[in-house]
Design a protein around this ligand. Structure first.
Ligand SMILES: Cc1cc2nc3c(=O)[nH]c(=O)nc-3n(C[C@H](O)[C@H](O)[C@H](O)COP(=O)(O)O)c2cc1C
Length: 178
């Protein structure tokens, strides 16, 4: 490809483009802080859910949100089969709940998890900052993950909503600047 670069710009062709190594990639991404949600659904009569930090807003009109799920997730096939899902935005006090919804081989909805059925049936975790009820809008294979986009049909916000944050493998709190 021939192109003209502005003066002082590094020529991207000067070095072969190759993926960053996995360890460096993980370390760089680990410093990025993210809020924590639990995605839940009712699938064939059974509640399912998993912890995710890949949650993001996508669009205002229509109201869309997204998250990425690992292709190897055993929760995903059951989430995909559900006709809607809920996003539970966790509070700073809910790190144990986040760990629980990332753990394999347990009933994530058994006590001490506290939840209730939502308006369309998806389980809603109690004491969270917000609930979003979503209809599946799009899911796209991207690398080793699946990008899941949901159309938000209902949103409930519970004040004051101090968020749970995840960074460098640890849970923590958000400290606003005054
Ligand atoms: C803080 C945190 C964030 C996570 N974020 C994601 C995520 O965005 N996408 C994902 O697929 N898994 C994520 N996981 C992993 C899942 O919560 C869970 O461990 C995994 O789905 C378990 O596998 P299963 O689906 O086979 O039960 C996260 C785990 C933790 C602890």
């Amino acid at each position: 490809m021939t192109h003209t670069l502005p003066p002082g710009t590094r020529d991207p062709d000067a070095r072969p483009l190759r993926p960053v190594d996995a360890d460096r990639f993980r370390r760089a991404l680990a410093v990025h802080a993210a809020g924590v949600v639990v995605i839940t659904a009712q699938s064939e009569g059974t509640p399912v859910g998993l912890t995710a930090t890949s949650f993001s807003s996508v669009s205002l009109n229509p109201p869309l949100v997204s998250f990425y799920v690992d292709r190897s997730s055993t929760t995903w096939p059951r989430l995909r089969a559900a006709d809607h899902f809920a996003v539970n935005v966790l509070t700073a006090d809910q790190a144990e709940l986040a760990r629980r919804f990332a753990r394999k081989g347990i009933d994530r909805f058994a006590a001490p998890t506290r939840w209730r059925p939502g308006p369309l049936g998806a389980p809603l975790l109690l004491d969270v900052s917000a609930h979003l009820i979503c209809l599946p809008y799009e899911s796209i294979d991207v690398g080793d993950h699946i990008l899941v986009v949901g159309l938000v049909t209902e949103a409930e916000v519970h004040e004051p909503g101090h968020p749970l944050i995840y960074q460098r493998g640890r849970f923590g709190r958000f400290l606003p600047q005054t």
